[in-house]
Every structure is written in C-alpha cells, then in structure tokens.
Design a binder for this molecule. Structure first.
Ligand code: ADP
Ligand code: MG
Length: 222
C-alpha cells in the first residue's frame, strides 16, 4: 500500500541543513497496524505528514498503491488524501462551538455526496467509535477521550483505507488512552490499515508491528 524509498526531509536552519528524515525507506502492506515509536524530535510527525500527503519530502520517492505521490501536484494529492486517507491530528482540531455531528460531517461536505447520506455516514462513524449518543453536543462539551473519538470518527467519514494518527493518546489519561487504542485495534480488525506514531512504548504495543525511529532514521522494525 505504502512504499517510501530513501525519503529525506531537509530543513534550512540558519546557514545549516537539518535532516528531520534521513534517507528513510519503509513499506506498509494493506491490513497492517504499524506503530512508529521514537523520542520527541525523532521525526515521527514529519514522517506521518509525508505519508498523509500533507507534507512533501525533499528527496526520495513515495508510492501509494503504486502511484507516485512525490510527483503529484497539490490537487491530485488532495484527491488521493480525501479518497484514501483518514488523518487523526495531534490536537484533534475540532470546531468547538459546532456539534459533534457537524464536526464529523465536515470533511465530506466538500465532496459530492448528498447531505442526508453524509449525515447517516457520520452517525455510523460515531457509532463505530462508541459515541453516537453525543452527536448533538457541542465539541467543547466533551471530555478529552470523547474529543479524540470525534477526531477518529471524522477521519472515518470518507471511508478511508488508511488511518493515520499522531500521538492519539498524548493528551489522555492512561485508561482513556487504552480505550482509544482498542478503538484503533477494532478498526484494524475491520480491515483498515492503521499507522500511529507515539513516544509511548506501551501505546505502541497495540500495533502488530513496531518501528523505532531515531534522528530521522529507522533503527528497528519488528
Ligand atoms: N519547519 C521546521 N523547520 C526546522 N526544523 C523543523 C521543522 N519542523 C520540524 N523540525 C525539526 O525536525 C525534527 C523532527 O520533528 P518532528 O517530526 O516534529 O518530531 P517528533 O514528531 O518525533 O517529535 C525536530 O528536531 C524538529 O525540531
Ligand atoms: Mg510529533
């Protein structure tokens, strides 16, 4: 599904080049649940953003289902993202004064699907993460764990094949974090490919595969 070959992400920091990712190669097959684990600053978010097509690599190639993402223009990349990828962002990025239902519907409202169908899909997505009963609440009336679930439901609205999540338990207590990881596990069991990044080894253990990253390089993959 995903193939990164010698991917490098270089930033200019003053006079110097800084490599957030350094010639990194990485493959993920359909149906995997991969945890990418590393210390703060190791390049996890950079890597996930490239996989999620919201950032581009400086060198190397990225193939998604055999298509060369690194050579796509913005429009093509956005289309690929909308159709195939659900991204759970680190800070949830919910619209606080809108309902849970609206927040989940939002990414689909930009497409061609009819409003009624989107609403029904949104309720299904909320059901699959266990908070359909919260649909009419405002996003800012929810607990951290519930907000994380809304962010996951929103990532599911366009029925992606691939779900990405950046530190999905970062702002949650450990019990709530466990429940969220069980939710990703369930989605994986239902056929979604899941990639999460985390600095927390116990969280990473929910995956079927553990990739350790350090200084922009993969140092182990088991
Ligand atoms: N826009 C940027 N300019 C310069 N350096 C950056 C930029 N974005 C990220 N970095 C650096 O790249 C490294 C990796 O960042 P990041 O991928 O966010 O790490 P992680 O998510 O593992 O904490 C860090 O050292 C960070 O400071
Ligand atoms: Mg990060």
């Amino acid at each position: 599904m995903i193939e990164l070959n010698n991917v490098t992400k270089k930033y200019k920091v003053g006079e110097n080049d800084f490599y957030a990712l350094n010639s990194l190669s990485f493959k993920v097959e359909k149906g995997e649940f991969v945890s990418i684990c590393g210390a703060s600053g190791s390049g996890k978010t950079t890597l996930l953003n490239i996989i999620g097509t919201i950032d581009e690599c400086t060198e190397g190639t990225y193939l998604f289902d055999g298509l060369d993402v690194s050579s796509m223009n913005d429009r093509k990349r956005a289309k690929l993202r909308n159709e195939h990828i659900g991204f759970v962002l680190q800070d949830f990025a919910l619209i606080n004064n809108q309902t849970v239902l609206y927040n989940v519907m939002l990414p689909a409202l930009l497409g061609k699907t009819k409003y009624k169908a989107i609403k029904s899909n949104a309720l299904k997505a909320l059901q699959s993460v266990g908070i359909a009963d919260q649909a009419q609440k405002k996003a800012n009336q929810l607990s951290g764990g519930q907000r994380q679930r809304v962010a996951i439901a929103r990532a599911l609205i366009n029925e992606p094949d691939l779900i990405l999540a950046d530190e999905p338990t970062g702002q949650l207590d450990s019990e709530t974090g466990k429940q969220i990881m069980e939710t990703f596990k369930k989605l994986n069991n239902e056929g979604k490919t899941v990639i999460i990044v985390t600095h927390d080894k116990t969280v990473a253990e929910y995956g079927n595969r553990l990739v350790m990253i350090s200084d922009g390089k993969i140092v182990s993959d088991i």
